[in-house]
Design a protein around this ligand. Structure first.
Ligand SMILES: Cc1cc2nc3c(=O)[nH]c(=O)nc-3n(C[C@H](O)[C@H](O)[C@H](O)COP(=O)(O)O)c2cc1C
Length: 287
């Protein structure tokens, strides 16, 4: 059975009959667009690519992007993989770091477990890509009660595919007491290989899980060279003390604070406050 997210199915249907369908689909945003609808050639910081059948993975993708933006890291709207099949090389090259997410369907199968367009590209289009050295983090959705022996298995496959492409994988998580599964192929070396959520049974936990995970990615240096390119705000408050742009390399462990439109990057000794609107103004406070 082939699943496809609703907006992508709609866009493909329209594409066959409407010449300039990108204009027509504009109200649906960029996530479900065809690859060629994007005009910018600049390299953005981080993008979230997801597959979905019933929308749960997309909900978590939205939470991740919202959290990235809140913490001052540039990320476009999540991108549905169905809309970029055939253009993955170009699409992935636009971003310095990738966050990729999948649900689990096809219970019992060994491979191609996502039930989304990921399955079409794992052992085809992706094989030909050179993603060595690219920062990648994975997340996955499943139902740990009804499918407790196979909770979010497909996340493990997603992780394996990107690992084999030479990517640097970030964001493995501890399996805390909130999870009730029996087994999962997403467990690697005693940890989940990324962020696991369950919108069926624990949707109330997803926001906190995303919050913790994105902060973990920041502290691991996942977007170490991202988040600096943004348009200036129309008007900005007076910075307390103007300083040089933040250094390219961040400390290994960094704590993030948020206060009145400013995001603080705390390295234990001092905190670099960056204006979360224009991401250019900054000032330093000693702890
Ligand atoms: C037929 C079917 C098979 C499923 N198989 C699994 C499974 O093997 N493991 C799992 O964790 N969840 C399984 N699920 C649950 C889905 O992964 C879960 O509903 C997920 O949130 C769907 O995400 P999506 O809305 O992004 O497609 C299955 C659900 C259905 C209906």
């Amino acid at each position: 059975m082939k699943f496809q997210c609703t907006y992508c199915a709609l866009s493909l249907a329209l594409a066959s009959t409407v010449e300039s369908f990108t204009t027509i689909l504009a109200p649906f945003g960029t996530r479900h667009r065809s690859a060629f609808a994007r005009s910018s050639t600049a390299i953005d910081a981080t993008a979230v690519f997801f597959g979905t059948s019933t929308g749960n993975t997309e909900e978590v993708a939205d939470l991740i992007v919202a959290k990235l933006n809140e913490l001052g890291h540039e990320a476009p709207e999540p991108i549905c993989v169905d809309g970029v099949v055939g253009d993955l090389k170009t699409e992935f090259s636009k971003y310095e770091a990738l966050i990729v997410g999948t649900p689990t369907w096809n219970t019992g199968a060994d491979t191609e477990r996502s039930g989304t367009a990921w399955d079409e590209v794992y052992y085809g289009e992706l094989d030909d890509l050179d993603l060595s050295g690219k920062n990648v983090a994975v997340f996955g959705l499943g139902d740990q009660i009804s499918y407790g022996e196979n909770y979010a298995d497909a996340t493990g496959e997603l992780h394996e595919v990107f690992s084999k492409l030479g990517c640097k994988i970030f964001g493995a998580t501890e399996i805390d007491d909130s999870y009730e599964h029996e087994a999962s192929k997403a467990i690697k070396d005693g940890k989940f290989c990324g962020l696991l959520c369950d919108q069926v049974n624990q949707d109330d936990l997803s926001e906190d899980r995303v919050d913790k995970w994105v902060k973990q990615l920041v502290s691991e240096g996942f977007m170490s060279s991202g988040g600096a390119a943004a348009a200036p705000a129309a008007s900005a408050p007076e910075p307390v003390e103007a300083i040089e742009a933040p250094p390219a390399s961040k400390p290994a462990v960094e704590v993030i604070h948020s206060r009145d439109g400013w995001v603080g990057h705390d390295n234990g000794e001092s905190t670099l406050w960056v204006n979360s609107e224009n991401r250019r103004e900054s000032y330093l406070t000693k702890n």
